[in-house]
Design a protein around this ligand. Structure first.
Ligand code: NAD
Length: 282
């Protein structure tokens, strides 16, 4: 009998499809390493993978998918359109090239990686994703790193609401304003850098470590459980086998409302760790 995997909850995406709420991200993982660690993640029970053209590891992720032998319909694969291909025809070609590298006929979710407002192509890129969905190359479309005005603009220009918005989000940077906008439009929030990318003392914060001790859990599990409790889709990354398993097991940790409220208090005005989407250049 294969070992039982944690049961990962799914959230419904606009359009009726669903997405496993906890997935496996592979930012900054070299292509040959990606094949190995993604296979470990699939064997541990992850069914949702998050890559991007710019990560340079779509081929490795694709090799892991083939090697794992998990039926395609049980997998949820995301990749992203890089900033240098936001023109309509370039975006169509970029998606086709990503599928080729992944060895897949379609991806479950395709995201515009960054709005790059100064480039002025974020509406055109969104129109290309709408076309890709019509052509069946991508099942669901969304965006990543769109400031509120650009998010509003693509909806206004096309009438098509992104199913999901992937943004930097963690207890030190909770993105309340964007989450409120998402709720108004029925957009799911997906957090990147959910553990703070190892850039801050988040996992050593005593609010987190005290809750972890109370549950016999790890700080990373507490932080991930907080994302899940807020109906956020999240995609932690680790290349360490024990942490790959540990992070997935966060789906089994249920925090009390007081614990969630205590973590809510950790939001900081200067908590952003990555680039600001409003000023990010290509
Ligand atoms: P993360 O918050 O997932 O942090 C990853 C780091 O946390 C690891 O490198 C490791 O140092 C540490 N870590 C992981 N598990 C741990 C554990 N159990 N205990 C202690 N430390 C642990 O940051 P991330 O990788 O940047 O973000 C997750 C995923 O989000 C990425 O892999 C990628 O798929 C996606 N992402 C998207 C964007 C975007 O612009 N859309 C940007 C960054 C990341």
């Amino acid at each position: 009998m294969p070992a039982a995997h944690p049961v990962v909850p799914s959230l419904e995406l606009a359009g009726g499809r669903s997405i496993p709420q906890l997935g496996y991200g592979v930012f900054k993982v070299e292509d040959d390493v990606a094949a190995d660690v993604t296979l470990q993640a699939l064997e541990a029970g992850y069914r949702h993978l998050d890559t991007a053209k710019v990560y340079g590891n779509e081929e490795g992720v694709g090799r892991a998918i083939r090697e794992a032998g998990v039926p395609r319909e049980e997998l949820f694969v995301t990749t992203k359109l890089w900033n240098d291909a936001q023109g309509f025809d370039d975006a169509i070609a970029a998606c086709e090239a990503s599928l080729e590298r992944l060895g897949l006929d379609y991806v479950d979710l395709y995201l515009v990686h960054w709005a790059v407002p100064s480039q002025g192509q974020y509406v055109e890129a969104w129109k290309a994703l709408i076309e890709l969905q019509k052509r069946g190359l991508v099942r669901t479309i969304g965006v990543s790193n769109y400031p509120a005005p650009q998010l509003a603009e693509i909806i206004e220009a096309t009438g098509v609401v992104p199913a999901i918005h992937q943004i930097e989000l963690h207890p030190y940077f909770q993105q309340r304003e964007l989450r409120e906008i998402h709720a108004q439009h029925g957009i799911l929030t997906e957090s990147w850098g959910p553990l703070g990318q190892g850039k801050s003392d988040l996992l050593e914060n005593s609010v987190i470590t005290d809750i972890a001790a109370a549950h016999g859990a790890t700080p990373a599990q507490v932080v991930l459980a907080w994302h899940l409790a807020h109906d956020i889709v999240t995609i932690p990354k680790s290349v360490t086998p024990s942490r790959i398993v540990e992070n997935l097991a966060a789906v089994e940790l249920v925090l009390t409302s007081d614990e969630i409220a205590a973590i809510d208090e950790l939001d900081r005005p200067d908590g952003r760790g990555g680039a600001d989407p409003a000023t990010k250049t290509a």
